[in-house]
Design a protein around this ligand. Structure first.
Ligand SMILES: CC(C)(COP(=O)(O)OP(=O)(O)OC[C@H]1O[C@@H](n2cnc3c(N)ncnc32)[C@H](O)[C@@H]1OP(=O)(O)O)[C@@H](O)C(=O)NCCC(=O)NCCS
Length: 238
């Protein structure tokens, strides 16, 4: 994968997985980028969106594009960044445009100098979030949660739990492409359990989906995915 060294510092990690469902093989790709990226990674059309953003958003936009293009490149290694475009749809949702990879889309999240992206087949839409851990953040998030969700916060690790629950809601809102413009209760979380190295959350209204989360000392990575493909995410570590 050819990447302009000036445009990026720090690291890119990617994971490619495939899974057979009902006799059909589906491929997925995840990338995490940590660092800084500039607009040299953008296509002409992406640059137009970039120019309309405020200064703070410009850096995260570029970093998110690097994560998304890295995930696509991991899936189709012959592809350079110049042959991959991630446009922005009417809801702000990312739209993958790539002649060599049709029928796929991408979900993107960024916080500070970390960006996460997953490329998935359109038949099995996925959504991601990455959120920074901050002390006391549960006090900001709790008023936005339902009574049932606040009960999940009881006990130790309240801040991380609040961030995971909020991240699970945002990730699901990206699956549906509404974002959080609809009431947060649509993405109600009603159960959680520890699994592998992470924690998973169930949605009240989306039986077919799970939120799989991984918590590091600094951030929480969240994947809202159909239960049938959860194995794909279980390979993720950071
Ligand atoms: C979508 C949303 C949950 C993202 O959360 P966030 O904390 O702002 O940012 P994140 O880092 O988690 O995710 C950002 C990425 O989500 C993606 N995204 C934005 N809107 C999306 C949508 N409706 N569906 C799916 N993905 C979306 C984009 O790729 C975006 O990155 P980019 O703009 O650099 O491409 C949030 O912005 C939201 O609720 N938006 C809807 C309400 C709103 O403000 N709309 C204004 C535009 S009409």
């Amino acid at each position: 994968m050819e990447i302009d060294k000036k445009a990026i510092s720090h690291s890119i990690k990617s994971w490619v997985r495939s899974l057979e469902i009902d006799g059909r093989v589906y491929a997925f790709s995840i990338a995490v980028v940590e660092g800084v990226a500039d607009s040299s990674v953008l296509s002409k059309e992406e640059l137009q969106t970039f120019e309309e953003l405020g200064e703070l958003r410009k850096a995260s936009y570029c970093l998110g594009r690097v994560a998304a293009k890295s995930a696509v490149s991991a899936l189709v290694p012959s592809l350079g960044f110049d042959r991959i475009e991630i446009l922005s749809g009417i809801f702000g949702q990312p739209v993958l445009r790539c002649d060599s990879l049709r029928g796929f889309n991408v979900s993107i999240a960024h916080t500070g100098e970390v960006a996460l992206a997953i490329v998935f087949p359109e038949e099995v839409p996925c959504g991601v979030d990455v959120e920074k851990l901050r002390e006391g953040v549960s006090e900001m998030i709790a008023p936005e949660l339902s009574y049932g969700e606040r009960k999940l916060l009881a006990g130790s690790g309240k801040d991380a739990e609040a961030v995971r629950i909020w991240g699970a809601k945002e990730a699901m809102s990206k699956v549906l492409r509404t974002g959080m413009a609809v009431p947060a209760r649509f993405f109600e979380i009603n159960e959680s359990e520890k699994r592998g190295g992470g924690k998973v959350y169930r949605y009240q209204h989306f039986d077919e989906y799970l939120a799989v989360t991984y918590t590091t000392s600094e951030v929480v990575f969240v994947f809202a995915v159909p239960i049938v493909i959860v194995k794909v995410i279980e390979g993720f570590y950071y």
